[in-house]
Design a protein around this ligand. Structure first.
Ligand SMILES: CC(C)(COP(=O)(O)OP(=O)(O)OC[C@H]1O[C@@H](n2cnc3c(N)ncnc32)[C@H](O)[C@@H]1OP(=O)(O)O)[C@@H](O)C(=O)NCCC(=O)NCCS
Length: 112
C-alpha cells in the first residue's frame, strides 16, 4: 500500500480531508457534514495520466475508505457517470445505486 499525504480543512458545512499519494500519482477527497458525521462522501478521485491502470486507483479508494472506517462512518456516498466503467468499478467495490444525481450521474452508496 502506498503512503499518502493528508490535508485537512474546515468547510462551511463540515470538514474535508484531501489525500495525495506521496509521489503524486493519485489524489482524492473525503468529506462529511457536521450535522451527520456518520455519512462520508468521496469526490475527485484521480490518478496521474501516466500511471493509469496500474492499481493506484484501487489503493486510493481503499485509503479513502479506511479514513471513513476510522471515523466510524456507517455509509459512504459518491456520484458517478451513468453507464461508465467507473460505475461498474464502484459496483465491484460494494457501491450500489442510491438515487439520481442528475441526468448523467447517479448517487451510489456503500454500507461500511
Ligand atoms: C478512475 C481512476 C481513479 C482509476 O484509477 P486507476 O489507477 O486507473 O485504476 P486501477 O488501475 O486501480 O484499476 C481499478 C479497476 O478499474 C479497472 N479499470 C481501470 N481502467 C479502466 C478502463 N480504462 N476501462 C475499464 N476498466 C478499467 C481495472 O481493471 C480495475 O478493476 P479491478 O479492480 O476489478 O481489477 C482513474 O482512471 C482516473 O483518474 N480517471 C479519471 C477521473 C475519474 O474518472 N475519476 C473517478 C470519477 S468518479
Amino acid at each position: 500500500m502506498s503512503d499518502f499525504i493528508l490535508h485537512e480543512r474546515d468547510e462551511d458545512f463540515g470538514n474535508s480531508i484531501i489525500i495525495m499519494e506521496k509521489t503524486g500519482k493519485s489524489y482524492g477527497r473525503i468529506y462529511w457534514y457536521t450535522d451527520n458525521e456518520l455519512v462520508c462522501y468521496l469526490a475527485g478521485l484521480s490518478v496521474d495520466k501516466n500511471f493509469l491502470g496500474k492499481g493506484f486507483g484501487n489503493q486510493l479508494l481503499k485509503k479513502l475508505e479506511s479514513i471513513a472506517i476510522e471515523r466510524k462512518a456507517l455509509t459512504i456516498h459518491l456520484w458517478v457517470k451513468k453507464n461508465s466503467w467507473q460505475y461498474k468499478w464502484y459496483n465491484r467495490n460494494g457501491y450500489v445505486y442510491f438515487g439520481e444525481f442528475d441526468s448523467e450521474h447517479d448517487w451510489l452508496i456503500k454500507q461500511i
